[in-house]
Design a protein around this ligand. Structure first.
Ligand code: ATP
Ligand code: SF4
Ligand code: MG
Length: 373
C-alpha cells in the first residue's frame, strides 16, 4: 500500500506505565507500588479494531482506562489524534471525552437501575449539551433502532431487560455522541454464551457502519477472532506479541500466546480441538515485584538462563509482527519460526546462550512455533 494511503494512527501509546500505590496496613508496614502497566507501546489506526488479550490481572483494563484519560500515566504518553491526553483541559478535554467512550464488561452494574433506558442513553448527550430535548429524544430512538431494541424500551427500567439487551443499552449509550474511538472492555464475558454471538455481531456491524476505531479487551481469544484485525497480547503489565489476527492465530510466536491459544476452539469444531484449558503452570506473579528478566520466565517451559536476567526487547519482524522473546527468530525471508521445539529438546536449556546465537541459526528453526504442554 502506498504510504500516503496507509491509515494514520488515531491512538499512539509510547512507554505507558500506570502504577497504583497500595496503602500500608497492619500486616504491611510500608506502602507498596503495584506496576499494573509497565512500558507499553502500540498504535491503533483509524477504523481499526485492535484486540488486547491476556489473563486476568495482566493490565488490560488499566491500559484501556489510561487511553481514555481515566488514569494518569506514571511514565510515557498516550496521544489521541496527535494530542497528549493527560494534558487536555477544559473544552478540549470535554471534546475528547465525547470522542472516546467505553463499553463496560458488566451490563448489570454499569446501568443505573433508577434511571429509565431513555435517560441512560441520553445522559452523555445532556452532559455534553448536545442538541435540544427533542433532538435528544430523537437520537435516543435512533440509537435504540441501531442496537436492535424496540422504541418503547426508552420508558422502561434496566431490570426489565435481559443481560444481552442491557449490553445493547450500554452500547447505545457509548455510541450516542458519535465517538471516533471506543474501548470495549470484555463486553460479552458477563453474558450467556447463547447471546454473546449476537452482541459481538452487533458490535462488529456497528464498528463498520460507523467507521469506529476500537480497542477490544478480552481474555477469551475465541471472541477476538470475529472482531479484531490485529491482536496485542499482554502479560503482567507488558506486551509480549503484537501482530495481525491471522498471523497470531495461525502461527503464534510467543510461548505465552501459544499457551493462550491452546484454549481456543478452531473455527471448524470438527477440526480436532482437544478442548484443553490454558495450559500454563502456576499463577501470574505479583505486579508489585515482577520477576527479573523475561516476566514470563517463571512459567515458560523454554526459559534459559538468559531469560532470568535479561529483559527481552520487543523486536519487529519482516511481516510487521512484534515479539518480545529472546528465542524468536525471523527465518526464511521474513516468515516467523521458533528455535524451540520442546523444552527437553532445547540444546541450550539452562546454558545461558545469548540472543545472537539464536538469531544466527535462523534457518534451522521449525516453521511453526511450539505448543506448550
Ligand atoms: N484501582 C486499583 N488499585 C490497585 N490495584 C489495581 C487497581 N486497578 C487494577 N489494579 C491491579 O492492577 C493489575 C492489573 O489490573 P487490570 O484490571 O488492569 O487487569 P485486567 O487484565 O483487566 O484483568 P481482568 O481480566 O481480571 O479484568 C492487577 O494486579 C489489579 O489488581
Ligand atoms: S524470553 Fe525466555 S522465558 Fe521469555 S518467553 Fe522467551 S523463552 Fe520464554
Ligand atoms: Mg479487566
Amino acid at each position: 500500500m502506498p504510504a500516503e494511503n496507509a491509515p494514520s494512527p488515531l491512538i499512539q501509546v509510547e512507554g505507558l506505565a500506570v502504577t497504583f500505590e497500595l496503602a500500608a496496613h497492619s500486616w504491611r508496614w510500608k506502602p507498596q507500588v503495584l506496576h499494573a502497566v509497565d512500558g507499553v507501546s502500540f498504535e491503533v489506526c483509524r477504523g481499526e479494531s485492535l484486540a488486547l488479550v491476556g489473563e486476568s490481572g495482566s493490565g488490560k483494563t488499566t491500559t484501556g482506562r489510561a487511553l481514555l484519560g481515566l488514569y494518569r500515566p506514571a511514565r510515557g504518553s498516550v496521544r489521541f489524534d496527535g494530542e497528549e491526553v493527560s494534558k487536555l483541559k477544559g473544552a478540549e478535554l470535554k471534546r475528547f471525552r465525547g470522542r472516546a467512550q467505553m463499553i463496560f464488561q458488566d451490563p448489570y452494574a454499569s446501568l443505573n437501575p433508577r434511571m429509565k433506558v431513555g435517560a441512560i442513553i441520553a445522559e452523555p448527550l445532556r452532559a455534553h449539551g448536545a442538541g435540544s430535548q427533542r433532538q435528544r429524544r430523537e437520537r435516543v430512538q435512533e440509537m435504540l433502532r441501531l442496537v436492535g431494541l424496540p422504541p418503547d424500551a426508552s420508558n422502561r427500567f434496566p431490570y426489565a431487560f435481559s443481560g444481552g439487551q442491557r449490553q445493547r443499552v450500554g452500547i447505545a449509550r457509548a455510541l450516542a455522541l458519535h465517538p471516533d474511538f471506543v474501548v470495549a472492555d470484555e463486553p460479552v464475558s458477563a453474558l450467556d454464551v447463547s447471546v454473546q454471538a449476537q452482541v459481538l455481531n452487533l458490535l462488529s456491524d456497528l464498528r463498520e457502519e460507523l467507521s469506529l476505531t476500537m480497542l477490544f479487551i478480552a481474555h477469551n481469544l475465541a471472541v477476538v477472532r470475529h472482531i479484531a484485525s490485529r491482536v496485542a497480547v499482554m502479560y503482567l503489565g507488558q506486551l509480549v506479541e503484537v501482530g495481525s489476527r491471522d498471523e497470531v492465530f495461525s502461527r503464534p510466536a510467543h510461548p505465552y500466546t501459544q499457551a493462550l491459544l491452546r484454549a481456543v476452539p478452531p473455527p471448524d469444531p470438527g477440526a480436532g480441538w482437544s478442548g484443553e484449558k490454558v495450559s500454563l503452570r502456576g499463577e501470574i506473579p505479583s505486579p508489585v515485584s515482577p520477576p527479573d528478566g523475561c516476566r514470563f520466565h517463571t512459567r515458560c517451559p523454554y526459559a534459559a538462563d538468559i531469560c532470568r536476567s535479561v529483559v527481552p526487547e520487543m523486536r519487529t519482524f519482516a511481516s510487521g509482527r512484534k515479539v518480545a522473546c529472546h528465542f524468536a527468530v525471523d527465518a526464511n525471508g521474513g516468515e516467523f519460526s521458533s528455535q524451540a521445539t520442546t523444552p527437553e529438546a532445547r540444546p541450550d536449556r539452562g546454558a545461558g546462550a545469548g540472543v545472537e546465537n539464536r538469531a544466527g541459526d535462523a534457518g534451522s528453526g521449525i516453521e511453526t512455533g511450539p505448543i506448550l504442554s
